[in-house]
Design a protein around this ligand. Structure first.
Ligand SMILES: [Zn+2]
Ligand SMILES: [Zn+2]
Length: 182
C-alpha cells in the first residue's frame, strides 16, 4: 500500500532539480561543472529526475571532500565518474575512482566517497529511489563551522552524510543530500 504523502514526496521537485529546468526549456545542455557549483563545506547533490522507482542525480565534491559511508538496503546504485578522482568507500577495500569508471553496488552494500586532490563529479543512478527511513549511517561523521556560501547565505557540512547543508532558518541547517535538519 502506498500512502498519498509518500507518493507526493517521490514526485516532488526541489530547487535545482533538472527535471524542472527541462519542463521549462524543453531541451538544454550544460557542463556538469557548471551545474553543480561545488562548495567547500559539504558535497553537493543536484537531482536530475526522480520518482518512486528511480533517482538520478549528479554529485559534486571539492578536493578531499567526503560522503560518509551509509547503506540503502532497498536500492541498488550505479555511479559513473564524470571527472576527477578519489576513492569509493565500499565493502572492506576502497576502489580508486577515475573518469569514466562505472561502479555498481547491489542493495545492502555500504558505500561512501572521498574525493582526491581535484574536484570529483559523479552521475548516480539509484533503483528504486532509496526510502529515507531504511538508510543506515555507518560511519561517524562531523559537521563544520558555518561559512559564507556561494549558493546562498551560509552553509556547513551535514554530520550524518557529509552533504552540503544550507541555513534555512535561525540556527537550523538543512542537508540537500539526506534532508537532515540540524
Ligand atoms: Zn555552501
Ligand atoms: Zn546529510
Amino acid at each position: 500500500m502506498t500512502t498519498g504523502a509518500a507518493a507526493n514526496e517521490a514526485a516532488r521537485h526541489h530547487v535545482g532539480d533538472l527535471a524542472e529546468v527541462l519542463d521549462n526549456l524543453g531541451v538544454f545542455g550544460m557542463l556538469a561543472d557548471d551545474l553543480v557549483a561545488p562548495c567547500p563545506s559539504g558535497f553537493r547533490r543536484v537531482p536530475i529526475s526522480q520518482g518512486a522507482d528511480y533517482y538520478l542525480s549528479i554529485q559534486g565534491f571539492t578536493s578531499k571532500q567526503i560522503a560518509y559511508a551509509h547503506t540503502h538496503p532497498d536500492s541498488e546504485e550505479w555511479v559513473i565518474v564524470l571527472s576527477g578522482g578519489g576513492e569509493a568507500l565500499v565493502a572492506e577495500s576502497p576502489v580508486a575512482l577515475g573518469p569514466r569508471l562505472i561502479i555498481g553496488r547491489a542493495a545492502a552494500h555500504p558505500h561512501g566517497f572521498l574525493s582526491g586532490d581535484d574536484a570529483l563529479q559523479l552521475l548516480s543512478v539509484q533503483l528504486p529511489r532509496p526510502s529515507e527511513g531504511t538508510t543506515t549511517w555507518d560511519q561517524p561523521g562531523e559537521t563544520t563551522d558555518p561559512i559564507d556560501c556561494a549558493v546562498a547565505g551560509t552553509c556547513r557540512r551535514c554530520w550524518r552524510c557529509g552533504g552540503h547543508s544550507l541555513n534555512v532558518r535561525a540556527e537550523v541547517f538543512l542537508c540537500e543530500n539526506c534532508n537532515l535538519e540540524f
